[in-house]
Ligand binder design. Structure first.
Ligand code: SF4
Length: 206
């Protein structure tokens, strides 16, 4: 079972395969040949306990990485409580030497956990990387198929805005594939209105 793994100098963490979306481009579909995300080992037969995840961290030289990234083969905020517990445990051990902590997320943490989790991120999470994916709710549903339907789009935007005061940086991301220049411009506008950054990334990326 792969809980933590290295990628381009960062330490990635895989806590869950659960997701409330089923994105057309999801690397879980295994379409991206050669990607680390198509490794079978990232499919968890069972979710690791938080102690197992901590042990996986502590078996490594944690402070040698440029960044710690919670992502996985699913939506990491399904395990937000465990994720934050892990960060607290690591901070207790390594203090300021702990590398910056990022969550790669679909932005549905509040929907998934049934509460506003944003204040809980303060002092724990440095960067939130949120998949924007579309410029409107209808396109978002067509692409990501969230179980919550169109409401999930606005929930993601609200999360980006509401989390911003509690973390160092919020970055909305889009994949350049199948996006027109006009749509990319609109994504920049959406990010600016929320007071966050936009990153345009290629199809296979971190
Ligand atoms: S939100 Fe992420 S993990 Fe979930 S289906 Fe979309 S790409 Fe896959």
């Amino acid at each position: 079972m792969t809980i933590t793994y290295e990628y381009e100098g960062a330490l990635y963490v895989n806590l869950t395969n659960k997701c409330n979306c089923n994105c057309e481009f999801c690397l879980r579909h295994g379409k991206a040949e050669g990607s680390i995300y198509t490794e079978d080992s990232l499919w968890l037969k069972r979710e690791p306990t938080r102690q197992e995840a901590l042990d996986s961290f502590l078996g490594r030289d944690v402070c040698s990485y440029r960044e710690i990234v919670f992502c996985g083969y699913g939506e990491p905020t399904y395990r937000l409580d465990d994720l934050l517990w892990l960060v607290d445990e690591l901070k207790a051990r390594f203090g300021d030497k702990l590398p910056p902590v990022r969550i790669n997320t679909n932005g549905h943490a509040n929907l998934i956990n049934g509460r506003n989790v944003c204040p809980e991120l303060k002092g724990r999470i440095n960067v939130l990387s949120i998949s924007l994916n579309a410029t409107n709710a209808a396109d978002y549903v067509a692409l990501c198929h969230p179980v919550q339907g169109e409401a999930a789009y606005q929930a993601m935007l609200d999360f980006a805005r509401d989390a911003a005061p509690f973390v160092d940086k919020v970055v909305l991301t889009i994949v350049d594939k199948d996006k027109t220049p006009e749509e990319i411009d609109l994504c920049y506008q959406i990010a600016a209105e929320l007071g966050v950054e936009l990153r345009v990334r290629s199809f296979i990326d971190s």
